[in-house]
Every structure is written in structure tokens, then in C-alpha cells.
Design a protein around this ligand. Structure first.
Ligand SMILES: *Cc1c(COP(=O)(O)O)cnc(C)c1O
Length: 452
């Protein structure tokens, strides 16, 4: 065994072991789909054991914004690992966590003053929901037993993670709701706003109809609602939907009007992806609770953060429990915090705004051309996110093989072929990604046979 571990490339035996014993995200052990073995990743490139070098169009699910094997992030990791990889956060503290939280407070609105560090995006959502519940628990005391605020209002087509509370606020039709019925608390879902296309930096006029279901639901249920939770401007894994900032402005107004907390899940959109540092900046609003993850460590490690106001934090802690009831084993992991600080330093110094604007301008120029293809239902883009929605479902194994054969790594799902490359991708890289998508659109075998 040790012999093949030392070899550079992954061999067939190892791949066979992987196929037989290792679960990948959302995969079947009965009909496992092919996984491509990776030996190295560097800059915008992923290098396969089979020799191909692929241009990365995914940033490893929104996270590797500076590209792979980045010298600054590597150095931060090396330096920290030689000092201290981890110590418990209960009763102990350390500079990597302090520096990171200083960075986070610097970058976010001034009303956010309190940071909770957690292990993954899903956990930061659990933490946000628990903060809202504990907040109302304190505010209402036991005298209001009968009208406990235990519901969340959210949007259809949303995605907030795979753990239980996160699942319960994720789109009920596209997700695991049906299967988990009876296990998941049932929350309130408002119609998601329609998709828009931003052109030359201009949003088209907002149709007030698009907020009407949301405003009816909040008016009807506000007494049982603890908080509204949603993904600002871009709904990610639930449908890659880009919606109008005016919707978010109205949501903020309605939350204020009814005295409800607003939780913004910026796990996918945070740290520049939409062209602003945070997507809520498109709407000029501020959240009461903010979830961050994915790109936080520049894609090096799992880490997330939930930020809130001093008022909410203190209300939570003035309740019956006397504290906030959460504290994961690896909370504030120094190694992850050190890399995250280095990544945020890069964001502060780097030319990401220009890079993302360049990527956006190529999407704006090229994706409308693909929209004329009969297989394409809608093309949309914002910042370093480009989406082609097709009429037919993709044939995953076929389209994946075609992309690899064309030198790119793009992983569609359902009817969505989307690109969210590292910010360091050059115009040539973006053009290559888009060409590969065009080739796929012309390949019948990349789509499941169903009527157009
Ligand atoms: C990915 C994602 C999550 C979950 O994060 P994990 O790190 O996968 O647990 C939650 N919310 C949004 C918007 C996401 O994109």
C-alpha cells in the first residue's frame, strides 16, 4: 500500500478503491459516476493523473477565488503549522482568530460587532438560526409560550446547506424535504423573485409584483416568525438565480416594519464573487445576522463565520441559558484562521474588483450569443458568475467527459451549466470555458433525451 501512496499519479487500483468505498457529494454506491483523479492544482489549472490540464471553471464550489497553490496562502499555512495547528477555543484564544475577526469586522457593516467562528457553511447557518431563536426566547420570556416564534420565512429555490436546520430552510421541492417530511420543521416559503439580466451595469426596472407573495406571507405569519433567511442577489445551488436588488431593499423594509431579524447567507456570494465585496451591497442594505464561508479561506480549508450585532448577541446571552449554546470542537482552528486572514489580506490588496469586472464583461459579451441556441432557455451573469439554463437536463457523465476532453472543469447540475472561475482567470481562460460550453450545447449526447 505505502508504495503506491508515494507515487505521483493515482493509479487504477486506487481509483477502484475510491469507486467501491468512498462517498462523493450526492453520489450513489449502486451506480457510482466516474470521478476524475487529480494530482495537482496550480493557479487556474487542475492537473489530472491521466495527463490533462483543465482550466477551472468552478473555483471548487465558489471557494478558490485566488486560484490554487497560491504562494501567499501556502506560506501562511506553513508558518501556522509550525507554530500551532490547533488548540481548543474554550477558555483559550490565539492571534490567528483575533486577526481574522478584526479583518471580518473591518470588511463588514459597522453594526456587525460579534463573530462566531464555525466549521462549515451549513454549521454557520445552524448557528444563525439558533441565534435568532435564542434572541426571541429571551425577548419573549416564558409568558408568551403560546405564540413562540419558531418559524423562519425564506424563499423557494434557495439553498442553505445539508444539515437539519439548514435543510429545513432549503427549497422544499428541489431538495430533501419530501423524503425527510416529518423529521424537518416546516417553515414558510415565499415565491422566489424572478431572474433578471444586468446589462452595462444597469438593472432593468423592478416589477413590484415580484415581492407580493413575500409581503403577503410576512404580513400573514409575522407573529410566528423569528427571522427571514435568504441568499442576497444570487440564489446558488438551488437554481443559480440572479434577482433584483430592489427585492432585497423591500425585504429589509418589511423586516424592519414587522420587527423581524434578517439573516443573509453570503456563503456563496461573499468576498467579491458578484462584483461587490458582499452581494447585499448591490442593495445598500445591512443584515442583522451574516453567514460567511466557502471563499473565506480562499478555498484552502473549511471554515465559516456568523456575524451579528452587539444588541442581538447580548439579548441572546441575557436569556435563560446565559450564553449562546454552541461550541464546536474545532472552533476557531488556528490553521484555517491564519489562511483565511492571508486570503482576506489578498482581497484587501488585490485587484479583484478589476478582475471580476473583466470576467463579467466577457460574460456579458458572450453569453447572450449562446442564449440564441435552441437548447438554451436563459443566459444570465453577474460578477464572476455566468449561467446557461437549458431546456433539457444534462447527461452528467457525457457532459463531464466532453468538458475534460476540451480542457475545462465545469460541473453542471440539472438544467444549469454555470461558470464561476477563480478571479485570477485571464480573458483567454474565460473564452476557453465559454467555447467548451458552446461545444457541449451542440452535442446531443450531453443532454438527456426529453422533448424541448
Ligand atoms: C454551500 C452553501 C452552504 C453550505 O455550506 P457548506 O460549507 O457546504 O456546509 C450554505 N449556504 C449557501 C448559500 C451555500 O452556497
Amino acid at each position: 500500500m505505502s508504495e503506491f501512496n508515494n507515487k505521483e499519479t493515482i493509479n487504477d487500483q486506487e481509483l477502484e478503491f475510491d469507486r467501491n468505498h468512498i462517498w462523493h457529494p450526492y453520489t450513489s454506491t449502486v451506480t457510482p459516476l466516474k470521478c476524475y483523479p487529480v494530482d495537482k492544482a496550480d493557479g487556474v489549472h487542475i492537473k489530472l493523473s491521466t495527463g490533462e490540464t483543465l482550466i477551472d471553471g468552478m473555483s471548487s464550489w465558489w471557494s478558490a477565488i485566488h486560484g490554487y497553490n497560491h504562494p501567499v496562502l501556502n506560506q501562511a499555512a506553513h508558518q501556522q503549522i509550525d507554530t500551532m495547528s490547533h488548540v481548543m477555543f474554550g477558555g483559550l484564544t490565539h492571534r490567528p482568530a483575533i486577526t481574522l475577526c478584526q479583518h471580518l469586522l473591518d470588511m463588514t457593516p459597522a453594526n456587525l460587532e460579534q463573530v462566531f467562528l464555525a466549521d462549515s457553511g451549513s454549521v454557520s447557518v445552524e448557528v444563525a438560526l439558533k441565534m435568532a431563536l435564542q434572541y426571541w426566547h429571551t425577548k419573549q420570556g416564558s409568558s408568551l409560550e403560546g405564540t413562540k416564534r419558531a418559524k423562519f420565512l425564506t424563499l423557494s429555490d434557495g439553498y442553505h446547506g445539508d444539515t437539519f436546520a439548514a435543510m429545513s430552510v432549503t427549497d422544499p421541492d428541489n431538495s430533501m424535504h419530501k423524503m425527510y417530511k416529518g423529521f424537518l420543521p416546516e417553515h414558510i416559503f415565499a415565491q422566489s423573485p424572478s431572474c433578471y439580466q444586468i446589462k452595462q451595469g444597469q438593472w432593468p426596472p423592478f416589477d413590484p409584483e415580484h415581492i407580493s407573495d413575500f409581503s403577503q406571507k410576512i404580513a400573514m405569519h409575522h407573529q410566528e416568525i423569528a427571522a427571514v433567511i435568504l441568499e442576497p442577489i444570487v440564489q446558488g445551488a438551488g437554481g443559480m438565480r440572479i434577482y433584483h436588488p430592489e427585492f432585497l431593499i423591500q425585504v429589509r423594509k418589511l423586516c424592519d416594519q414587522y420587527g423581524l431579524l434578517l439573516i443573509l447567507d453570503e456563503i456563496a456570494t461573499g468576498f467579491g464573487r458578484t462584483g461587490k465585496l458582499f452581494a447585499f451591497e448591490h442593495a445598500g442594505i445591512e443584515p442583522d445576522i451574516l453567514c460567511l464561508g466557502k471563499a473565506l479561506t480562499g478555498g484552502y480549508m473549511t471554515l465559516s463565520a456568523t456575524l451579528t450585532t452587539k444588541k442581538i448577541a447580548d439579548t441572546v446571552c441575557n436569556g435563560e441559558a446565559g450564553c449562546f449554546m454552541h461550541g464546536p470542537t474545532f472552533m476557531g482552528n488556528p490553521l484555517a484562521c491564519a489562511v483565511a486572514s492571508a486570503s482576506l489580506d489578498l482581497i484587501k490588496q488585490d485587484d479583484w474588483q478589476h478582475q471580476v469586472a473583466t470576467i463579467e464583461s466577457i460574460f456579458e459579451q458572450e453569453l447572450p450569443k449562446l442564449e440564441t441556441h435552441p437548447r438554451v432557455k436563459h443566459a444570465r451573469w453577474l460578477g464572476a458568475i455566468g449561467v446557461i439554463e437549458t431546456h433539457q437536463l444534462v447527461n452528467m457523465s457525457e457532459i463531464q467527459a466532453l468538458f475534460v476532453a476540451n480542457g475545462v472543469w465545469i460541473r453542471p447540475f440539472g438544467r444549469l451549466i454555470y461558470m464561476m472561475p477563480p478571479f485570477i482567470a485571464t480573458p483567454e481562460h474565460i473564452h476557453e470555458l465559454i467555447s467548451a460550453v458552446a461545444i457541449a450545447l451542440n452535442s446531443d449526447h450531453c443532454f438527456q433525451a426529453e422533448p424541448l
